[in-house]
Write a protein that binds this ligand. Sequence first.
Ligand code: FSX
Length: 412
Amino acid sequence: MGRENFPDRFKHLDFMKMDRRTFLKAVGALGASLFLQTYRSDIVKALEFAETRIVWIHGGECTGCSESLLNGGEPDVLQAFDRLNIRLEYHELLLGQQGIYVDGEMVNTSELNSEILFEEVIEEAGYILVVEGAIANGPKGTGKYIILGGKTYKDIFRKAAENASLIVAVGQCATNGGVNSADSDIKDLMDFRGVAFTMEDGEKGMLQELGIEKPVININGCPPHPDWMLLTLGAVVLGKIKIPDDLPEVLDQWLRPKVFFPPDSVIHDNCPRRGFYDKGEFDTVVSGEKCLWKLGCKAPYTHADCAIRRWNGYHSLCPQSGSPCISCVSPGFPDSSRPFFQEIEDVGIAGTNIDTVAKVAIGASLLAVGAHAIRRVAVKEAPEGKEPEEAPGKEPEEVPGKKAGKDEGEDQ
Ligand code: FSX
């Protein structure tokens, strides 16, 4: 499905009169490109006098989130920011200046030295802070495991967060710690944190550690889809999501926009290989064209619109191109998704074999495998004699300290 197949039912609506629900439906149904084109003149009108400042910082990460954003296509990120009247004041990957030495001395002007620029831009409060990458708290709360220009990233984050009006955490690393927080011998020592959460805990994000209270939107994914980032920023900039009043309604319990991470549907619902699943035809080695369930696909319990929106110019998604979904948008990723390429369990609900389950009616089979998959990943193996504990693959009713979103399935 290319972008030409996006529904055009929103094209004739009056953007300026759209309420938030309709607006969110539009951004959910349209790609960033089509949305910005369709509403170009309305957006220009809406933003005539408003300029939004964005400060974008980077911690422990692979920079894939910014790479993903740059893959956004038409308009590219700079054109989109231009249309949305966004001033990107600081972004380590995209800005030219890094720290220029002349005669052995670092030049102390903001044009040539990004550290000076950073200090200058965060002085004036009221910007949107975009955080990419995890924040190291270790060793022992010092944050010294990420040092940038002689300062801990923890301190850089603190300063930038204090004057921000909103924090948008992009990518699994910034939302929950991501690959930095994967189980390892040094995991506890490094103590990587997401902005509002860790991989296991809703109360140990870096904001809580620092005692800072700010509204947060999480755009999960390793990396996130460019539309999820651009359209979220667009919705905020255009005032379609009022900060902080609208957040409890538009975000789920993990602070993800429900329009892109729908609580009532999973990638499996619209997977292009779904027909093979329904017929009980599974690939058992990679490079086939059938259902990838037996190769560890996590799409039956992954809440994201990848199968509708699709990636790389709206053309494909992981299972379509042959890779099982690894549920990179789940708060517990990567640990909750491992092992990536092994069938979650070959026994379905009530002892029914998955092959049998897959052959019954579509609704029943989805229910069975979906419920079973969720239960399987939501319960960690417990030490002998202990009750199993909930793992972050299962999303709690309410995150401690956060107001949960509305009921699943509610229209947005
Ligand atoms: Fe993390 Fe972003 Fe994964 Fe990489 O920079 S979300 S490692 S794809 O991309 O932070």
